[in-house]
Design a binder for this molecule. Structure first.
Ligand code: GLP
Length: 236
């Protein structure tokens, strides 16, 4: 237990180290189950994976992927949907088929049954070998906002105002940011064999500090990761 830590000097270095973990994982086990994240932080990692694939160093042919979360109510082709994000930043540029890719469906009428379906798919095809995580400014992981029980599985969440503000930069206005999302739960994340947590930049410093020095508390979701046996924090 406890976090393994890499403090980096640049975003380039963060992306490089993160990519090394994923590339090693796929080389060791070509049919790995990968847990993937959205947000701006993993974009550099995805670029490295695309480059590695283009050099024929790795193949995603046998991998399975599960994304952490999706907004409720955006069409999958909406420019800000996480489905579209993943296709634009990774999936359309590697050798992976749609049937290997899993992202919660935020457009369905029955969100509750979608949560069950998604959780069951992870259970059947998992466990996740390596999970990529970003860190919200308020310590959220996936879309598990402060106050979320550590025992949660995939569920529907009301997004915190601070999260909607932080993500407003991608939308026309804050009002355009969806109010809800589907996210895998904290317990779902904790079932992963290995986790890499990525955090970079000025606006993440307070969260990194609290993660490194604060207590394990549901007020700060990422803190539970200190109880996981195999987490690497890559930060700067
Ligand atoms: C978003 C996502 C998270 C992500 C976080 C940080 O709201 N739901 O999965 O890790 O916020 O995003 P960014 O990397 O853009 O700072």
């Amino acid at each position: 237990k406890g976090l393994e830590k890499f403090e980096v000097k640049s975003y380039e270095q963060l992306s490089h180290i993160a990519a090394t973990f994923i590339i090693e994982q796929i080389r060791m086990k070509p049919d790995s189950v990968l847990g993937l994240a959205t947000g701006s932080t993993p974009v550099g990692l995805y670029q490295k994976l695309i480059a590695s694939h283009q050099k024929c160093e790795i193949s995603f042919r046998e991998t399975t992927t599960f994304n952490l979360d999706e907004y409720v109510g955006l069409h999958s082709s909406h420019p800000q949907s996480y489905n579209r994000f993943m296709h634009d930043h990774l999936f359309s540029r590697i050798d992976i088929n749609n049937d290997q890719i899993h992202i919660p469906n935020g457009e369905t009428r029955n969100l509750q049954s979608e949560c069950f379906r998604y959780e069951k798919a992870i259970k059947n095809q998992g466990p996740i070998d390596i999970q990529v995580l970003g860190l919200g400014v308020n310590g959220h992981i996936g879309f598990n906002e402060p106050g979320t029980s550590f025992q949660t599985r995939t569920h529907v969440v009301d997004l915190a105002e601070s999260t909607r503000e932080a993500n407003a930069r991608f939308f026309a206005s804050k009002e355009a940011v969806p109010k809800q999302a589907i996210t895998v739960g904290i317990d779902t994340i904790m079932d992963s064999h290995k986790i890499i947590l990525l955090a970079f930049g000025e606006q993440k410093q307070a969260a990194i500090e609290r993660l490194n020095n604060g207590e394990v508390s549901e007020d700060f979701p990422a803190s539970i990761l200190k109880e996981h046996p195999n987490v690497t924090l890559i930060y700067g």
